[in-house]
Every structure is written in structure tokens, then in C-alpha cells.
Design a protein around this ligand. Structure first.
Ligand SMILES: [Zn+2]
Length: 746
């Protein structure tokens, strides 16, 4: 009894202490006030609203250029206006191909004509809206009519082609079939074309999101035998957005490239298929049995091919210009109206898109509604909050990229940060973003309660991270409740903000207990979502509380909560990573070259099979990292000095504060280089970029890292120079901020 009493007291004590935690960047009084408003913010939220909007917005297919897409845009604009926002629909005109002819057949002795359709299901009310649906296709595939032998290329990434080469399989003049996964889908046809393939099929293997994983729809949420993943294959690692207007807004009268000048449109025809359609094709393949790691979940022996029967693929598209409708809704700030905190989620889908993207969109709407309520009750925003609902994310981040490019000058001046979300479901918080926002975001996570366990979302994330870590990782992480942000690659609307313009960004979402195989199919519906992804919208509300807090705290902080120490530490880790990468590559190359010279590969090879030894590689040189290391050392000193005086920042006089804040949020801009990355000048951020050969997958210090991976030593050395210069410019910015604050007092 006593013990229980004591522990209750202790709990009380902890939770009060917790509630009084001072918010980073606020004065004592400001912090208490803000915390009070945030309590009201949480209390106002209502999951019923999310359901109402989800039902309406997912009621019909709403892809780019569709009737429902425009209806949804008008509907959401109406909501924002009703909640007190200055709202406009911002429209751009983009190249958006839709299929005219899709034909795939296996010729020869056992002919097969692929169905290329997903059937309507009685258990799924919107699955039968056939006349409004875009059929399964890959947007920005080339037109083409090709007949050739078929080769299975596993995931279709460069390493797979190295393996095929050793097995004596050449894809030149052939059609390839690749599994989804392991890279962004656009990488597969790009690498296939680089190796001389003339067509590409991509299928969903049941081992990835079908029956191997769990019950298929409608019994469970996993992909059916006839389910197909639509999606873009534009070469977005070169530049996203309208292929005809790189770097500028696709306004009605913008100067456009000709279609044949656009480097991001795929060079060969590409088509996504179900595993039901893939099965006869894979069964027709001859050649060797594939390596163990390449095998999927189908009841067949997987062969590389080619087979004796050829495959015919014919694709033709309508290359139309379509409007994309973004909703831009502003709540002006009272003190610094020209400092913008921007929050966005996309609203377009491949079909009905309940999970992707509406689960995130309805959370953003609830955030915006609640903020509108608080403002009516007297909550005063210091900075302007801009809520955005983007169109055309699915094909190529079209809406966000065109808007950002069109407002480039204004955004470079005014954007404090960009907060993104996309699909959302039950589970754990996932956050990636600019590392200057890491301590701030850790504090936000302390204040949001996980709906299923009652602990903070940070506690639950911490537990998950440790449990999932390997044994060595666990020992290192245990007890350290600080959550590292991931780095931003590509895959949603933050790209134009962070990677093109250097606007500090963060991407947020819950997941991990919402698995399924509905992604980009007609079954990503209201019915599936409410049964399997986030029943009751508990995690929709959790997202609204999390992203909403990030937004309103950034909008109301006295001194913006950017932290240079955490950026410095992360950069140190990235530096260590690329140096280790180089050292490992050197050691591995030495070992492997010796193994080749000593004939080890030849002696262990089965003489009845084709498997040639790898080619000898050029030895890996040493690179000079001293400029990088010196810049890092300077940054360490500046960051520490800044952190000492930052405690005084919230109480600075307002004119000085205004100057300081501008320096703080513009610091990220100095991490960009106007020439951009090698062969892709649109990507200007020197610390974070999507991988040229991984797509979604991020490459940190991309100029250095990718040059090392590609064994381009000259470019690697040049990139070290560029990154070091960028770090020095950043350092200058930090020092200026420090001098505004005066000398450290201790
Ligand atoms: Zn999405």
C-alpha cells in the first residue's frame, strides 16, 4: 500500500516536472503560454473529422487531371477558407502521360496474354469504379513496341547486372523482368537501358508484399495475385517536377523543352504487372538457377533466362498537358509575417489513395482546423503558417516542385522550415530531416502521447529502436533516449524545399503496424484503410499533434530552435562513414585482386556452370580529407560557442531577434552549391540527396560518397573541396549569429 502510494507520488512528480520543461527558443513566460495553448490544441482534435474527410476525398479516383482531383481541391480550399485562412488554388500545367495501349504477351508454344487489370471486389466498395480508374502503368515510360527474349534481373540494380555478367547473361536487345523493391522503381528501367535492354517489366513478388507476408485482400491487407503497383519511372534523381520545365514554374506561358529534350523521361517501355501475370513469363525462362538471394515467394524455380519463347510488349501513351491544383492557405503572423513556416502533404493519388496520401492529408486538415480555432480564441502567431495540399506528387512531385520553383526568390527569403507528411498508419514515429532540428524535434516527441501505450511517442520509438537493433547496436543505444533523425532522400514533396533550395525540412509519419500490399493499387481504399491501417484514426490524430506542434512551435518561438551542435555531430559521422567506405573499398579491392590473381575463383567454380571470376579492379588511392577535417574542426568550435550564448537569445530586443532568426533559418541555404551535384545541377544540397542509383535511398555527402562508390577518384577529391567550401560558408553564418548574441558569459 505504502509502496503504491509512494510510486504514485513519484509518477506525479515526474509528470509535473515533465510538463514544466522549458521549450527550446522560448522565454520562460512564452514557454508556459505556448504549453497552455498546445494543451488546448490537443483537446480540440476530433477523429470523426478525419473520417468524414477521408470518406469524401477517397470516394472516387483522384489522380492528376481527374474530375475528383479538382473537386477535392475545391473542397479543401473551402475548408481552409472556412477556418480563417487566406486561401488560393495555385495551378500549373504539366506533362502527364496516361496509357492508350498496353499489351503484353508471351509468344511461342505456350502463349499467354497478360490481363493487366485488377478486379473489382464486393468487399471493397470503390474498387469497381473502372471508368474513372487509371489502369496499371508506369508514368513517363517510353512509347514502344518490342519483341525479344526475356531475362530475370532480380531487383534490377547495378550489382545484379554484375552478377548476371559473371553468369554469362547479357541483356542487350532483351526485355528484362525485375522484382519491385530494393531501389526506387525508376532505377530499374534506367539501369536496364544502360545495359542495352529494350523493354522492362516490374512485378510485385509475393515474398515482398503478398501471401508470404500475410493474408491477402480482402481477408487481410496484403497484395492479391492480381494486384499491381502503379507508379512513376521518371528519372527523378536527375530532377523532379514537370519534365519540360526544369528549374522554373510550369505556368501557362513558361518556356518549355520539347519532349525529346527532357532527360528525365524513360528511354525504354516499362510496365508494372501482378505476379499472376508474371508467373507464366518466369516459368518460361531457361538458363541457370538464380542465386539464393534473388528467389521470391512463387512456387517455381527461378531462372535467369533467357527462355526459348519471346515476349511482346506494346505501350502507347497520351502525352497530354494537365493542370495540377495546389491549395496554399496562409495564416499571417503578427510579428514576423515575412517568416513562413510551411506545412504540406499531397492530395493526389494513383487511384482512391486512402492510405497514400489521404491518411496524412486528413491529419494536416485537422491540424489546420484546430489552429484556426485557437486563433479565433486569441492565440497569436508570431510567424506566418502556410498550409499546402499538393497535387501531382505521385507522378513526379509535380505540384510542390512547380510551386517552389515558381516562388523561388520569395521562398529563399521567407521560408523558415518545411514540414512534410504523406501516408500514415498505426505504429511508431518515423522522422527524417535537417539535423539542426533534431534537439527541437526530440522535445516535441516528449509531449505527444502514443495512443496505444500511453507513453510518449519518443519512449515508444526508443523501445522499438533498441529491440530492432543488432546485439552490438543495443549495447550502444541502451539508456540514450535521444532519437536521431534520419536523412532525407527522396520520395515525397520535401525534395524541392531542402534539396533544391536549402530550406530546413522534416518528414514525419507513423507506421510499422500498418503493413499491407495495397500500395498504388485500386485496393488502397476507405474500406481497406479503416479495417487494417489506422482504425479509429488514433494515429492520424497523433500525427496532427506531432506535425502541428512542430509547426506552431516554429511559428511562435522567440529565437528559432536550430541547433548547430547536432548538425556538426551528424556531419562528423557522415565524414567518418565516407572515409571508412574508402578504406574498406581499398582493403576489399586488394583482397579480391589477389584472389583473382591466385586463381581462387577459377578453382572453386563448378566446371559445368558458367561463372566467371570478377574483373580485376584498379587499386583504390588515398584521398586528401584535410580541408574537410579543418572545416569540421572550425564548425565544432563555432557551434559550441553559439550554443553557449543561445540561452540568452529568446530575451533579445525584437529588432536583434529578427536579424538573428533570419541568420538561423538561412544557415541551411549555405549548405547548397549553385552548381549542384555532378550531372544533376538541380540537386544543390551538398549534405543530403537521393541516390543516383538508389532513387528513394538517401546518399549523405552525395558528391563524395557516390564518386567513391563509382570509383571516380578525381571527382571524389573535387567533391571534398566543394563540401569543405560549403561548410566554411555555413561556419561564417554560425559565427555571425554568435556575434549578434555577444560574447559567451561563462
Ligand atoms: Zn504519397
Amino acid at each position: 500500500m505504502k509502496l503504491i502510494f509512494f510510486s504514485t507520488l513519484l509518477l506525479l512528480f515526474i509528470s509535473t516536472a515533465h510538463a514544466q520543461q522549458k521549450l527550446i527558443g522560448f522565454t520562460d513566460a512564452g514557454s508556459a503560454k505556448q504549453t497552455g495553448w498546445e494543451k488546448q490544441f490537443d483537446a480540440q482534435m476530433n477523429p470523426q473529422n478525419l473520417d468524414t474527410w477521408m470518406k469524401f476525398l477517397s470516394s472516387h479516383p483522384h489522380h492528376v487531371g481527374s474530375e475528383q482531383g479538382k473537386i477535392n481541391a475545391d473542397y479543401m480550399a473551402g475548408l481552409f477558407r472556412q477556418w480563417g485562412y487566406q486561401t488560393e488554388i495555385s495551378t500549373y500545367y504539366v506533362l502527364f502521360p496516361t496509357p492508350k495501349i498496353r499489351r503484353l504477351e508471351l509468344l511461342g508454344s505456350k502463349p499467354y496474354k497478360a490481363m493487366l487489370e485488377e478486379p473489382a471486389l464486393p468487399a471493397d466498395k470503390t474498387s469497381g469504379q473502372k471508368s474513372e480508374q487509371l489502369p496499371p502503368y508506369n508514368a513517363y515510360s517510353a512509347d514502344g513496341d518490342v519483341t525479344a527474349e526475356l531475362v530475370f534481373v532480380n531487383r534490377g540494380v547495378p550489382a545484379d547486372y554484375e552478377e548476371l555478367e559473371r553468369m554469362g547473361v547479357d541483356v542487350k536487345g532483351k526485355i528484362v523482368i525485375a522484382k519491385y523493391g530494393g531501389s526506387w522503381r525508376g532505377i530499374k528501367p534506367k539501369v536496364a537501358a544502360e545495359h542495352g535492354a529494350i523493354g522492362c517489366l516490374i512485378y510485385s513478388d509475393p515474398a515482398d508484399d503478398g501471401y508470404t507476408q500475410g493474408d491477402t485482400y480482402p481477408e487481410g491487407p496484403f497484395r492479391r495475385k492480381d494486384g499491381v503497383q502503379r507508379g512513376s519511372v521518371m528519372d527523378m534523381p536527375v530532377y523532379p517536377g514537370d519534365p519540360l520545365t526544369p528549374g522554373i514554374g510550369a505556368t501557362k506561358d513558361a518556356k518549355r523543352l520539347n519532349r525529346n529534350e527532357a532527360t528525365t523521361i524513360m528511354k525504354i517501355p516499362v510496365l508494372p504487372i501482378s505476379y499472376e501475370d508474371a508467373l507464366p513469363l518466369l516459368q518460361s525462362l531457361g538458363g541457370q538457377v538464380v542465386p539464393a538471394a534473388w528467389r521470391g515467394g512463387l512456387p517455381i524455380t527461378y531462372h535467369t533466362g533467357p527462355g526459348k519463347d519471346r515476349v511482346h510488349l506494346k505501350l502507347e501513351f497520351n502525352w497530354d498537358t494537365k493542370p495540377v491544383h495546389n491549395i496554399i492557405a496562409k495564416m499571417p503572423g503578427a510579428e514576423f509575417p515575412d517568416q513562413w513556416v510551411i506545412r504540406g502533404n499531397h492530395h493526389d493519388a494513383w487511384v482512391n489513395g486512402a492510405a497514400d496520401p489521404l491518411s496524412g492529408m486528413v491529419a494536416e486538415l485537422e491540424e489546420a482546423r484546430t489552429l484556426g480555432e485557437l486563433v479565433k480564441k486569441g492565440y497569436r502567431l508570431k510567424r506566418t503558417v502556410v498550409y499546402c495540399a499538393w497535387d501531382g506528387e505521385e507522378p513526379a512531385l509535380l505540384g510542390s516542385t512547380e510551386w517552389a520553383e515558381d516562388h523561388q526568390q520569395e521562398l529563399k527569403q521567407k521560408a523558415v522550415a518545411y514540414i512534410n507528411s504523406d501516408g500514415n498508419g498505426r505504429g511508431f514515429i518515423n522522422a527524417s530531416g535537417s539535423h539542426t532540428l533534431e534537439p527541437f524535434f526530440n522535445q516535441v516527441m516528449d509531449d505527444v502521447i502514443d495512443p496505444q501505450t500511453g507513453v510518449s511517442i519518443k519512449e515508444r520509438r526508443y523501445a522499438k529502436t533498441i529491440v530492432d537493433a543488432d546485439k552490438a547496436g543495443r549495447t550502444k543505444l541502451l539508456g540514450n533516449k535521444y532519437i536521431k533523425l534520419g536523412a532525407l532522400g527522396a520520395g515525397s514533396d520535401y525534395s524541392p524545399f531542402i534539396q533544391h533550395m536549402g530550406i530546413a525540412s522534416i518528414n514525419l509519419g507513423f507506421g510499422g503496424e500498418d503493413q499491407g500490399g495495397e500500395y498504388h493499387s485500386i485496393y488502397d481504399s476507405y474500406d481497406l484503410f479503416t479495417r487494417f491501417k489506422d482504425p479509429g484514426y488514433q494515429y492520424g490524430i497523433a500525427l496532427a499533434k506531432t506535425a502541428g506542434r512542430v509547426t506552431i512551435r516554429l511559428a511562435n518561438a522567440d529565437a528559432l530552435p536550430f541547433d548547430f551542435n547536432s548538425f556538426y555531430k551528424t556531419l562528423t559521422d557522415y565524414g567518418t562513414e565516407v572515409k571508412t567506405l574508402l578504406d574498406n573499398q581499398r582493403a576489399e579491392t586488394e583482397t579480391e585482386n589477389k584472389m583473382i590473381k591466385d586463381n581462387l575463383y577459377t578453382l572453386t567454380k563448378d566446371p559445368r556452370k558458367t561463372y566467371s571470376p570478377p574483373a580485376l579492379k584498379e587499386p583504390v588511392p588515398f584521398l586528401n580529407f584535410s580541408d574537410f577535417d579543418n572545416s569540421l574542426m572550425q564548425l565544432k568550435m563555432s557551434a559550441e560557442e553559439f550554443q553557449k550564448v543561445y540561452v540568452n537569445a529568446p530575451t533579445l530586443p525584437v529588432e536583434k531577434l529578427n536579424l538573428l532568426n533570419e541568420l538561423l533559418y538561412k544557415a541551411e541555404r549555405s549548405l547548397t552549391d549553385s552548381n549542384g551535384l555532378p550531372r544533376r545541377p538541380w540537386y544543390k544540397h551538398e549534405i543530403y540527396a537521393p541516390g543516383f542509383y538508389t532513387g528513394y535511398g538517401v546518399k549523405t555527402l552525395p558528391g563524395i560518397r557516390e564518386a567513391i562508390e563509382q570509383r571516380n577518384w578525381k571527382e571524389a577529391q573535387e567533391s571534398i573541396g566543394i563540401v569543405s567550401r560549403v561548410m566554411q560558408a555555413y561556419n561564417t553564418q554560425v559565427q555571425e549569429a554568435t556575434s549578434l548574441l555577444g560574447k559567451p558569459t561563462f
